[in-house]
Design a protein around this ligand. Structure first.
Ligand code: XMP
Length: 317
């Protein structure tokens, strides 16, 4: 059995000897992988690690603020780039999921490159690649059918002249979480559900507008808050709301409404490759649905996704 405390010590030593006196750049996403990778490298080389956090505007409610506060508590050097307007503009009118991914992936690289060009003398790019990521890209290489392009925000800009540092590439997610705890990474980052690089863009089906994103954020916040209140957050691999481009008829008081449908998804999984839909206690779903219809204008119907993976994927797009 692996002792993860020893792993941390030997990894820190090997990062130090590899990197020497060089500077390292890291794209932080707020997720477990990039945050733990940054905590580890910061332990090894201190403020010669420079992190860049790009806000794509496709994040959850108050996520950018919360994540930046955690990074401050971790004493990381972080540049915050708010590129949300640029992403919204680039995505205007786009409905195809793969085009959304491509646009976001490419714009992310451009924004990231522009920012890292300001950090002179950096030699390394730190990435939070895990073992399942290594395997999955292998799979996709062998199989003709790529299901989703998985543009991982934080991915390597290909023409950047940097060496890649991937200290987590032999690890699974639960090991990364354990290492995060050893390194005192804040709980809400360590236990955070995985979040796709393209973010809410693939959870807002059809074209993306600021107004729809705000409706989705409000509903998603209620859903996640109620899951946490019920003590279920850590039993779930991923939970999120999806705003559908479908209108249905409802009734409010004496009036007919015609508003959007919101889908709720929650799954359990050990690596994201397969997943099972989560069996909620009915009263939790009931509370979430009631609150969303009462508090989120623009939604008058809530449905729960009872499909596992396969045949469905975790995300709806
Ligand atoms: P699917 O939807 O393919 O998702 O079952 C499997 C896992 O990958 C995440 N996901 C993505 N992550 N860029 C990412 O970085 C993407 O384009 C992307 N699409 C899906 C998804 O949230 C789940 O954890």
């Amino acid at each position: 059995d692996w002792d993860l405390g020893d792993w941390v010590e030997s990894s820190v030593a090997s990062i130090r000897s590899k990197v020497g006196d060089d500077r390292v750049i890291c794209g932080l996403s707020g997720g477990v992988d990039s945050s733990v990778a940054a905590a580890l490298v910061s332990k090894a080389i201190g403020d010669r690690l420079q992190c860049i956090f790009v806000d794509t505007g496709m994040l959850r409610d108050r996520e950018a603020e919360e994540v930046l506060e955690s990074y401050e508590a971790m004493d990381l050097n972080v540049v915050h780039v708010d590129a949300s307007e640029r992403f919204l503009t680039a995505l205007e009118g786009v409905t195809d999921p793969e085009r959304k991914r491509k646009i976001i992936g490419e714009l992310f690289v451009r924004v990231f490159e522009a920012e890292s060009a300001k950090i002179s003398d950096a030699k390394w790019l730190l990435q939070g690649t895990l073992y399942p990521d290594v395997i999955e890209s292998g799979h996709q290489g062998k199989n003709a059918a790529v299901i989703k392009s998985h543009h991982n925000v934080g991915g390597l800009p290909e023409d950047m002249d940097l060496k890649v540092l991937e200290p987590l590439r032999d690890l699974f997610k639960d090991e990364v979480r354990a290492i995060g705890r050893i390194l005192d990474v804040p709980q809400d980052i360590v236990n955070r559900h995985p979040f796709p690089g393209p973010g809410l863009a693939v959870r807002c089906l059809g074209d993306i507008t600021k107004e729809k994103l705000d409706v989705l954020r409000k509903a998603d916040r209620i859903y996640i808050d109620e899951i946490k209140r019920a003590g279920l957050y850590d039993s779930i691999w991923q939970a999120f709301a999806v705003l559908l481009p479908v209108y249905t008829v409802g009734v409010m008081g004496d009036d007919r409404t015609y508003a959007r449908v919101l889908a709720l998804r929650a799954i359990t999984s050990s690596d994201g490759m397969t997943a099972e839909w989560f069996r909620f206690p009915m009263e939790v779903l009931d509370r979430v649905s009631t609150r969303i219809c009462n508090e989120v204008s623009g939604v008058n119907r809530v449905v729960y996704d009872v499909t596992s993976k396969p045949p469905a994927t975790i995300e709806w797009e």
